[in-house]
Design a protein around this ligand. Structure first.
Ligand code: SF4
Length: 162
């Protein structure tokens, strides 16, 4: 059975910055449970950040810019959390490599896990197109990243790739 990395918060674990969780639509969750082996992981917690923690956004860039050293991740308390974000992304990649994981379902909008939209760094609720830090690292290694809103695309990828 194909192994798929899943954001821990999407699996119901209360690991988000505000100690809450998110979810995957029931029908998609049932499909994942029956058709893939889920490996549940949280990049930010693995990078050493506490829960709860200050909400963070990427300032002046996107995940790929953080990886290249051109942008930083900063909490709304002003603390620079770039290093734990990068460490968490690296640990997530290592988990994927250990398990032979080629696909991920990660939480949309997160500065780590976002795969389509992230917040724009102004803490004003505005979103821009782009990857979070972990998504940038995983996709650079050929791992296909989807979100809780695009599980259907994972199904298609699994059918066409295998
Ligand atoms: Fe969820 Fe990813 Fe944020 Fe962890 S880093 S709480 S898995 S969105």
């Amino acid at each position: 059975m194909e192994k798929v990395l899943v954001s821990s918060c999407l699996a119901g674990n209360k690991v988000r910055y505000n100690a809450s969780c998110l979810s995957i639509p029931d029908q998609d969750w049932d499909w994942l449970n029956s058709n893939v082996e889920m490996v549940v992981f949280c990049p930010e917690v693995s990078g050493g950040l506490p829960t709860p923690r200050a909400p963070a956004e990427i300032i002046n860039g996107k995940g790929v810019d953080v990886v290249k050293g051109f942008a930083h991740v900063v909490g709304n308390d002003g603390v620079d959390v770039t290093e734990p974000f990068l460490l968490g992304a690296q640990k997530t990649l290592e988990i994927c490599q250990q398990h032979g994981i080629k696909y991920a379902i990660l939480a949309e909008g997160s500065p780590s896990c976002g795969s389509s939209k992230i917040y724009d760094g102004t803490f004003s609720g505005n979103k821009i197109e782009g990857f979070g830090v972990t998504t940038a690292v995983l996709t650079s290694e050929g791992i296909k990243v989807f979100s809780q809103h695009t599980v259907k695309m994972l199904k298609i990828a699994l059918e066409t790739d295998n």
